[in-house]
Each structure stands twice: as C-alpha cells, then as structure tokens.
Design a protein around this ligand. Structure first.
Ligand code: C5P
Length: 303
C-alpha cells in the first residue's frame, strides 16, 4: 500500500523583487510556469518517518527532518492528530539547489501523497495553507500550470496560457543557496530605492497569447544580477545559449540553473546540443511548459 505523486519543476518567467521586509522576506511579483521535469514522491506506511532519495543528485538531498517532504508529512500528521510514520521515497530528477523548486516539489508531493494515503479529506485550501507554511514556492508546486505569486510568492493567482513553450535548462556545476542570493540582492540594492514588484502586462499578455517571441522580450529576473555576482561563470552559459539561437536566456529563480526559451522543439534541441558541447554547464535538459501540478499517479490501496 503506497501512493506516488508526480510533481513538476518550475521556471520563473518574471521574478520582480521588492525591498527586504521586516521579517527578512521580500515581496515578489513572481510569474511561475510549471515545466516537464519531475520528481516522484512515494509514501508507504512505516514504523517511523524516514526519507530516502534516488537519482543523479541524490547525495545532495538532506534525508533528515529538514527535508521539505519530511516536514510536509509532519505538518499534515500534526493537523490530523496522527503520527507521520511513513517512508517517503523521492525519485529525483529536478536539479538540487538549482532555482527550479526541486525541494518545494518534494514538499508538495509528500503532502499530497500523505493526504491520499491517510484519507484525511483535507480541502485544497487547507493543503495550500500547509504548503505556504513549508515555503514560498511550495503552493505553486501543488497547483502547477502558470500562476502569479505575490506576497512572498505564496499567494497565487492562476494565469491563462495560450500555448506550449519550449525550454532548455542548463544545470550548473554547483548549487546556489536561495537565502544567499537574496542577501546578495539586498547588498546590491543598498542605497537604492527598490520599486514595488509588479507583474508585467506585456509578459502576461504574451503568456495568454502563447507567443514565444513576445514572452522572450518580456522575460525578466531581478535576482539575476545577484546570482551572477555569486556565480559569474553563468554569464558564459547564458551567452552560449543565446549564440545557439535561444529567444531568451535567463537565470531560473535564484539560480544557478539557466533557462532558455526557444521557438519550437527543433530549436530547443539545437540549443541543448550547443550547450552540451559548450563546456559551460554540467547537464542540459529540454522541457515544455505549462504542465499540471502535483498529481497522484496511483490511488491508495484500500485496507
Ligand atoms: O520560503 P522559502 O523557505 O523557500 O525561502 C527560502 C529563503 O529565501 C528565505 O529564508 C529568504 O531568505 C529567501 N526569500 C525571500 N523572499 C521571498 C522568498 C524567499 O527573501 N519572497
């Protein structure tokens, strides 16, 4: 008896960042797009809570209670007065510490899987509330598709998307810590007025129209200068993708994964091929977006 949930990665097509708030977080206008790179989270009843992970980056995933998947199981169990005694197994394909919400995906996946396994009957709103407690990007991992995240990113408004966008992702040789990138953003912003973050109208229109050229012209990431400051070699990766014909090249979220928007699958494969031989990244993947959010693959067996 076990439940498996498939959860997508995300790319931020716009990440507008405001000044640091008193609580240390930043107000955002965060336009998320779920893309077809997936982690699969399987939960099985066990004597006690335990987390295992398999996949190319598995050795970088913490298996203790700091793992968002473990925290999700604990949070849901706590609400329903039961113990979180499950074995959580993560089949990991989303890059770790890559700015693609891999940890958040595991949190949302474990939450949905435990919910199905335990039959809690929690409402969608309740699940989203727990997601928001786990982390700013976790609600989006549950919802998927495309959405505007405001507040610290956790307040979601679903967005219309009029087509499928083709992306290439270049994984970097090492990770970047999200808090460190936000700290660098604050350092670079020192003495400057940081405007309120607002979603770009042309960007939302481009998404709604499914227009890759218009989207490419509007893509932006306010964390990119901070990520490049901490990881200057990413400039070479961005340049290699642009030279190979990408319509847009941008750091994904807090990085260091770089994202390349292309016109179609053939162009995505050409950009991917060029990046693979460029010597500027560790691995390259092609994926489309938007895709659905966290989805239960197998219903819980009864009994
Ligand atoms: O919410 P989450 O735990 O994913 O955030 C990780 C870190 O990223 C926070 O501790 C904070 O340093 C930074 N962050 C931020 N503003 C946000 C989201 C995240 O400063 N809106």
């Amino acid at each position: 008896m076990s439940v498996t949930v498939r959860v997508p990665a995300k790319v931020n097509v716009q990440l507008a960042v405001g000044a640091a708030r008193p609580d240390g977080f930043h107000d955002l206008a965060n336009v998320f797009l779920a893309v077809g790179l997936y982690d699969e989270v399987t939960v099985t009843p066990a004597d006690e809570l335990r987390v295992t992970c398999a996949g190319p980056d598995a050795d970088q995933v913490p298996l203790d209670r700091t793992n968002l998947a473990a925290r999700a199981a604990i949070a849901l169990a706590g609400r329903y007065g039961r113990s979180p005694d499950v074995h959580v197994h993560i089949a990991k394909d989303i890059p770790v510490a890559g700015g693609m919400a891999g940890g958040s995906a595991d949190g949302a996946g474990a939450l949905l899987a435990c919910d199905a396994l335990w039959g809690t009957g929690a409402s969608r709103a309740e699940l989203l509330e727990i997601c928001a407690e786990l982390g700013s990007d976790v609600p989006f991992s549950l919802v998927g598709g495309a959405a505007l995240g405001t507040g610290r990113g956790e307040v979601l408004t679903p967005l219309e998307v009029g087509g499928t966008f083709h992306w290439v992702f270049a994984m970097a040789a090492r990770g970047l810590s999200t808090p460190a990138v936000f700290r660098e953003f604050d350092r670079l912003a020192e003495g400057r007025d940081v405007p309120e973050p607002v979603a770009s109208r042309p960007l939302l229109d481009a998404l709604a129209a499914g227009d890759a050229d218009a989207l490419a012209a509007a893509v932006s990431n306010d964390l990119q200068p901070a990520a490049l400051s901490l990881f200057p070699e990413l400039t070479d990766t961005l340049a290699a993708g642009r030279a190979a014909g990408a319509l847009a090249a941008v750091v994904s979220g807090s990085g260091p994964t770089t994202a390349f928007l292309t016109r179609d699958l053939a162009s995505a494969e050409a950009v991917a091929g060029a990046l693979r031989v460029s010597g500027t990244c560790r691995a390259v993947r092609v994926a489309v977006g938007p895709v659905a959010g966290a989805t239960v693959l197998e219903p819980a067996a009864s009994g």
